[in-house]
Design a protein around this ligand. Structure first.
Ligand code: ADP
Ligand code: MG
Length: 551
């Protein structure tokens, strides 16, 4: 073994190294992800060398990432059987910050050929390695290049101004990194801590990861598979991996390459959400991956807030990451991603509703509050109507308990009917017996009944659907031309026309400024009169509360 040589980091490397070690990452534990990603890249490159020029083939050495957590020595060791680094490469790639051998590799690939496996390479920024100095006060790197005539070397540094390189003995192909952990980072020498972190970020890396002797990444990244090849058991296993206790109620696999590359797997849980689940504080359920490596768990920019009940994974190579891979950069692109995914989910739910109505209605009764929130918060009319296509209502024309969608309603509208009519009431019985309903009954229009909490608020938000105005039947009644109806003389249950006119004049003078108008109607059968307020939703609220108090 030759003597060790000392090198100073270049000035800018020194500064950047400080930033990486002190403030780039919000979470220290991500150094594990970074070093495993490098190990995976190294194996990927080796595989490429073996395939293209038959170099580095040694059947004795498996593709593998070995991790050893040693809390006795307060060290963590990460070893791969990849390409390794020559002395020059150690200087170039580890001695110079922001110099990514992986980026260079990808560039060479795309220059030379179609670059088939460039997609599997994770590295790009050339800073990840230095994250080791967040937790270690000394880092030793033992490396042996896969190239035949290369010797093995040790690179070591305490992350201050310099690093040392010396020849090393007994090193097999690949790279072994030993982190001597800082005193306040000793948790990372604990096997169960490391296991959890590896599970969280790197579970789907394409090569076996062995922690203290046990292989841990056994679950496959099934979101990359063809939907038809994934079994129900695989879905259940994966769904559990995501931290869920029940089984998926709905499963949606989605892949596309345009307008951007997306691989997504979504689940809707079987359980009925509790008020706590529905509350605004509840976490979102979708994690963002890039090239199978976790970028963000609970990624709240990927789907609109109201879809927080959806669990799953979105993997996109096109996601523009910042240096720390924690933040998404291009907000336009994220918005595009969100739109594409939301539309896909809505389309899926609409299809499911047609395919198995009963199942959908169970889902609807458990989850409809989310849809209503979605409509309430939607940015534009288009989005509101897209979500509103999922809403279901009873009408005066449906059997009790049966519902229709707004789309069906519009299809069934009579040609002379201009507006979508609705009536908010606490129950079907009350709706059917209400004077407002009676006053409009003669026209025989279909009327949506709004029974549920928030229904009316949502309809007021929506305002329109497919170009038709949504109108409460009270307003519809009011908007009738202002002329009095003529009473058919001889109807013994009714006043005569002159008596009615007399009553109208009396009401008008007596109530004077408290009312806007009095109109004679012949549309009521069982009710003597109807009072309509300009702001019916408020009045209805009062009516509803008084009904509930009576019950
Ligand atoms: P990035 O992975 O974004 O390129 P890093 O700072 O993580 O940046 O690593 C810098 C470079 O060091 C890599 O591009 C690679 O060339 C080299 N390197 C790091 N770790 C390994 C390893 N385990 N085996 C081989 N080369 C490595
Ligand atoms: Mg890296």
């Amino acid at each position: 073994v030759g003597k060790s040589e000392k090198y100073d980091f270049l000035a800018e490397t020194k500064q950047l190294l400080n930033i990486v070690a002190k403030s780039l990452y919000s979470d220290k534990e991500v150094f594990v992800r970074e070093l495993i990603s490098n190990a995976s890249d190294a194996i990927e490159k080796l595989k490429y060398a073996q395939l293209t020029n038959n170099q580095g083939v040694d059947n004795q050495i498996p593709y593998e990432i070995q991790i050893n957590a040693n809390d006795m020595n307060n060290t963590l060791t990460i070893q791969d059987t990849g390409v390794g680094m020559s002395k020059e490469e150690l200087i170039k790639f580890l001695g110079t910050i922001a110099h990514s051998g992986s980026k260079q590799f990808i560039e060479n690939l795309s220059k030379n050929n179609n670059g088939n496996n460039q997609n599997s390479i994770i590295g790009q920024f050339g800073v990840g390695f230095y994250s080791a100095f967040m937790v270690a006060d000394k880092v030793q790197v033992f490396s042996k290049s896969y190239k035949d005539d290369e010797k093995a070397f040790e690179w070591s540094s305490s992350g201050d101004g310099s690093y040392e390189i010396s020849e090393a003995d007994g090193v097999t192909r690949g790279t072994k990194i030993i982190l001597h952990l800082k005193d306040d980072c000793s948790e990372f020498s604990k096997e169960d801590v490391i296991r959890k972190i590896v599970n969280k970020y790197s579970n789907f890396v394409g090569y076996p990861i062995v922690v203290n002797g046990d292989k841990i990444n056994l679950i496959q990244p099934i979101w990359l598979e063809d939907a038809k090849n994934i079994t129900e058991e695989q879905h259940e296993e994966f769904y559990k991996f995501l931290g869920n206790m029940d089984k998926p109620r709905y499963t949606l696999c989605y892949k596309t390459d345009a307008p951007l590359n997306i691989r997504a797997l979504f689940y809707i849980p079987t359980f009925k959400p509790s008020p706590v689940d529905i509350s605004q504080e509840a976490d979102v359920g979708v994690s963002l991956y890039s090239k199978k490596v976790l970028i963000l768990s609970k990624a709240n920019q990927i789907l609109p807030r109201w879809l927080r009940f959806v669990k799953g994974v979105v993997d996109s190579e096109d996601i523009p990451l910042n240096l720390s891979r924690e933040l998404l950069q291009d907000s336009n692109l994220i918005r595009k991603l969100r739109t594409v995914l939301t539309q896909r989910i809505l389309r899926y739910l609409n299809e499911e509703a047609k395919y198995d109505e009963q199942k959908f209605m169970e889902f609807y009764s458990d989850y409809n509050l989310y849809f209503k929130e979605g409509i309430y918060r939607a940015a534009d009319q288009n989005e509101k109507e897209e979500i509103a296509s999922l809403l279901r209502f009873e009408t005066n024309k449906t059997e009790p308990g049966k519902t229709i969608s707004l789309l069906e309603y519009v299809k069934r509208m009579k040609s002379e009917q201009k507006n979508i009519l609705y009536y908010a009431a606490p129950s079907r019985e009350i709706a059917l017996n209400s004077p407002y309903f009676e006053a409009i009954k003669q026209k025989d229009n279909e009327i949506l009944f709004l029974f549920e909490q928030y229904d009316e608020m949502i309809v007021l938000q929506l305002q329109q659907f497919k170009g038709k105005q949504l109108l409460g039947i009270e307003q519809e009644n009011m908007s009738e031309k202002n002329k009095d109806d003529l009473i058919i003389e001889g109807d013994t249950r009714s006043l005569s026309n002159s008596e009615a006119q007399e009553l109208k004049t009396w009401l008008k003078t007596t109530l004077s400024s408290k009312i806007k108008n009095v109109k004679i109607t012949n549309k009521l059968d069982t009710h003597p009169c109807v009072i309509t307020a300009e702001n019916m939703s408020f009045l209805r609220h009062l009516i509803k509360t008084s009904y509930m108090q009576r019950e």
